[in-house]
Design a protein around this ligand. Sequence first.
Ligand code: FAD
Length: 387
Amino acid sequence: MSGVDDQKMKHVIVVGGGLVGALHACYMAKRGYKVDVYEMRPDIRTMEVVRGRSINLALSCRGREALKRVDMEHVITKTGIPMYARRIHDLDGTLRSIPYGRKDQYIMSVDRRHLNEVLLSEAEQFPNVTMYFEHKVVECDFNAGTVTFKKSDDSMIKVQGDLIVGCDGAFSAIRQQMMKKTLLDYEQIFIPHGYMELCMSPTKQDQYAMDINFLHIWARNEYMMIALPNQDKSFTVTLFMPFDIFKTLTTETAVLEFFKSKFPDSIPLLGEKYLTETVTKSKALPMVTVKCSPYHVKDKVVIMGDAAHAMVPFYGQGMNCGFEDCIVFDDLLSKHNDDLVTFTETKLECVALLFCFTNFQANYFYCENINNAEFLMRQSVNSRLFL
Ligand code: FAD
């Protein structure tokens, strides 16, 4: 441990034990802070089924750098699947590849649940980290540095810390408290597109149904489908399209006709029965973009990850960007000898700028080009977005 000695050990309350909260807990523990992580859900390591978002995620070099600093890169990448190029599925069935970089460069498909579980377990290894599950934030007093949580038995508990870190996702309760009590600019946009996840099972010979080391993309102007490989030889396929179109796919015939006209080569790979049944029975989920400023209130509270800058999933950057927040924060703490007062008074805007840039870059491509997925894809080659 470094930074803060035991006698003056500062107490950090991390709200949210998702991807960013769990990683940030490792960073702060490594610096010698007393870290308490409060998570609303039960411990996912004990759950059979974890409801929620995507099954797998594209981990890029930005996220890997952040894992490396707390010696976790190898633990995560050893179960990841390298994707060296985009594999483009044209309407006529032609396959083309667009590499992510040099021959040895790739992004990686990682399992969300596994990643979150490993990060939680790693954080728990530190003697100065304690995890509390089924604790939901209901209120904060930033002046007093207190947070009130509701537990699963409906009882309330109030805790006090030197710093509150909101890593509680796109609909952050900590951010809402900041909005009520400070002059926080905030923008939230639900895009007209929804997403639906499908599973492409292994073949009868227990092989991957498509080439494994690619991020598969079906770019069809305002529709788009992508597929990332999983360790169990399946692919997670995500269909992005306007809710208005999803709404028309109410019968199995409509789904089949739609896929025949837009994604014909995917039908035998997904299986006609599975495809039509799943699309008619499933609900497309919304995608939200969040921007806000500033990201902190004095030296008392800061928000990170999706709480500060949620972005649409098809950039493949939300987690990577959130992981990078941990690096930026860590660097600033080092620079200011862990003095949160001088750090927040003089420098936190640097963090803000960095976040804003990432968000701006991502949103620029969205706003200008969402109606042309092919164009978006070409632009992203230069901007290192995962499409
Ligand atoms: P979350 O993962 O949302 O975690 C927040 C945590 O806070 C949760 O555990 C939640 O239970 C807890 N919480 C919430 N409210 C409270 C409360 N009141 N009290 C206590 N706890 C609370 N990003 C990439 O980099 N690459 C990808 O390929 C990629 N693919 C994606 C695909 C999809 C379909 C989606 C939806 C997103 C994708 N993302 C991707 C984005 C990525 O999932 C997010 O950016 C990332 O999960 C953000 O992590 P986080 O820890 O900030 O928030």
